[in-house]
Design a binder for this molecule. Structure first.
Ligand code: ZN
Length: 189
């Protein structure tokens, strides 16, 4: 999947989880940082790809991206697995605990969950592509949805651009339109 689709899928998953399992209290500051964390989580697995926008936007990103990509075992390897999820989740938790003293009005647990929702949405979305995802590394098998490879989509091609991306956009418009007042009551202060 291209990063635009991942961004949109991550925020869609965050909105749906927020609605299905609303937290007891939620500050506006937490919402904003959680959205940022969610978007970072949504593209984090592609840190293993030198051509990812994440690296393209840095001055020497291409070189650094290639080195990091190789260290992580190449594209769609450890960062696209349950092991990678656990590793990134642990690192994100460490970072948030370190930053907590300067973010007193922010609930870092919610920010962490938002990051993880972004990452999980990335792996689920990539599972719909022909390449599949090695969910169970070190078992080197790539899984996909549906299991028959021929029925899956090709990254960046018409099904993604003309069906999945607009579909996610329309879903968000519909979802926030019908749940707007409920979602608004979740935010306090
Ligand atoms: Zn990916």
């Amino acid at each position: 999947m291209i990063s635009r689709t991942h961004d949109l899928a991550a925020i869609t998953a965050l909105g749906v989880v927020l609605f299905l399992a609303p937290p007891e209290s939620l500050t506006l500051a937490t919402v904003l940082v959680a959205i940022l964390a969610n978007q970072i989580g949504g593209i984090a697995p592609d840190i293993d790809q030198p051509t990812a926008p994440f690296w393209r936007n840095l001055p020497i990103g291409g070189v650094v991206g290639r080195i990091i990509g190789r260290m992580l075992g190449g594209h769609r390897f450890i960062t696209h697995s349950l092991l990678g999820l656990a590793l990134f989740g642990w690192l994100a938790h460490l970072l948030l605990i370190t930053l907590q003293p300067i973010m007193s009005s922010i609930d870092i647990n919610i920010v962490w969950i938002a990051f993880m929702i972004g990452m999980i949405s990335h792996l689920i979305m990539d599972s719909f592509t022909k390449e599949g995802v090695p969910w169970l590394l070190p078992i080197p098998i790539k899984f996909g949805l549906p299991p028959i490879r021929r029925l899956r989509i090709t990254t960046g091609k018409s099904i993604e651009n003309f069906i999945i991306l607009p579909g996610l956009l329309l879903f968000n418009c519909w979802f926030y339109a019908i749940h707007y007042s409920q979602l608004l009551t979740l935010i306090h202060g």
